[in-house]
Design a protein around this ligand. Structure first.
Ligand SMILES: *Cc1c(COP(=O)(O)O)cnc(C)c1O
Length: 405
């Protein structure tokens, strides 16, 4: 008799964004007129179209696919050399020495951050920031590493939670129980806070001392505007011996629908004498047939001089929205964080309202959709996330409404 993977049955509720979509559609049904005014600052998806350099690369790659001389079939599992080299060159410009052979091209950072746990032992102790992108916890629940869910505590009992709250400046503290695997996300989704060099060094030193591995999600590195904040963990000495880094073309170049990302697994990274690079190569080669040629040419264009300029303009546009929302909320009397090195604005709910109560209030009274902080982890309770990925007009309108309220 077939049996399901029971770990899947442990997963909590429905995915956060499906719950939000359901609540918004209920509101639309009960308030069809008001619902026309809804401003969506909830889901972390971009809205601006692809840039000219990317479009040009896409069109010409499509043409190549239509010609028998230049047609391409299966891509190399780990990525085309032209893209891996362009990525390695970009690291070089930042002073990080990453070899193309250490770069694995994929369909995005969600797959990679979700799949990477497969190459670690089933009994590994996993540490995650709280709140954070839900993929790290959920993928480890599916793999059977989470233990059972403690309802009273609102936590998995085998996962180490590292609270990131206003009390510690949203910077995770070294846990008492030493984890085997440490997920860090900087700039963090959802708090919008980034780790500075000293903070990141503390983590690298800790991982080296305890033979832990850091899984560093740098999906928002392009949003870093302040000095002293590393864009890559490899800017920290020793990180190549203890860290994997994930990157994406989604939030910088608008590839959320195109799909492209990559992961760096350095050759120096070993656990008890076993190199992780060939393990991940084996996993990739067995379960993945390579990102499409067309997308990889588009990714290469992101690193071209025009591509870099255009991507920076995209990011600057969203950061401009972030500034408007951040300043507007401040002026309206809210306690606000993030928004400076991140497209996310993280606010404390007024009068200690729960995150979901505040969600309802924002939807019903202001017709603004955001994301309840508690959906990202128990320490996200009493916080709320707004994104800067909308239009300028909507950012301004949202702020006007909030100021009036
Ligand atoms: C959006 C996001 C990703 C996913 O990026 P894709 O490349 O589109 O899969 C990964 N990590 C974090 C923290 C994100 O917010």
């Amino acid at each position: 008799m077939a049996k399901v993977n029971e770990n899947y049955l442990k997963l909590r509720g429905s995915y956060l964004f499906s719950t939000i979509a359901k609540k918004v559609s209920e509101y639309q049904n009960s308030h069809p007129e008001e619902a026309k005014e809804i401003i969506r600052l909830g889901i972390g998806d971009v809205t601006k179209p692809l840039t000219p350099a990317v479009l040009k690369a896409l069109h010409s790659a499509v043409d190549e696919m239509g010609n028998s001389e230049t047609f391409r079939g299966y891509a190399p599992d780990l990525g085309y050399d032209f893209l891996r080299k362009a990525i390695a060159d970009e690291y070089k410009e930042r002073g990080c020495d990453i070899d193309p052979g250490e770069i694995f091209v994929s369909d995005g950072a969600k797959s990679d951050t979700g799949n990477i746990q497969e190459i670690f032992s089933e009994d590994s102790i996993v540490a995650i920031c709280d709140p954070v992108y839900p993929v790290y916890a959920d993928s480890n629940v599916m793999a059977g590493r989470s233990g059972s869910f403690d309802e009273k505590n609102d936590r998995w009992d085998r996962i180490v939670y590292m609270p990131c709250t206003r009390e510690n400046g949203f910077s995770p503290e070294l846990p008492e129980k030493v984890p085997d695997i440490i997920y860090l996300c900087s700039p963090n989704n959802p708090t919008g806070t980034a780790l500075n060099k000293a903070e990141l060094k503390k983590w690298v030193d800790f991982a080296l001392e305890h033979n832990s591995v850091i899984l560093f999600d740098a999906a928002y590195e392009a949003y870093i505007t302040e000095d002293g904040i590393p864009r890559s963990i490899y800017e920290i000495e020793g990180a190549k011996k203890c860290a994997v880094e994930f990157r994406s073309f989604s939030k910088n170049a608008g590839f959320t629908g195109v799909r492209l990302g990559f992961t760096v697994v350095p050759q120096d990274l070993e656990i008890s004498g076993v190199k992780l690079n060939p393990l991940w190569a084996r996993r990739h080669g067995t379960k993945y047939n390579g990102a499409p040629y067309i997308q990889q040419r588009a990714g290469e264009a992101v690193f071209s001089p025009e591509g870099k300029k255009e991507t920076k303009a995209l990011v600057d546009f969203y950061l401009g929205n972030a500034r408007i929302i951040y300043d507007g909320l401040k002026a309206a009397g809210y306690e606000v964080y993030g928004g400076v090195n991140s497209p996310y604005i993280w606010l404390r709910t007024p009068n200690d309202m729960t995150s979901w109560d505040f969600f309802e209030k924002l939807l019903n009274e202001y017709r603004i959709v955001g994301t309840p902080g508690s959906g990202f982890g128990p320490s996200g309770e009493h916080y709320f996330r707004l994104t800067a990925f909308g239009t300028r007009e909507n950012a301004e309108k949202a702020v006007e409404r909030l100021k009036k309220g």
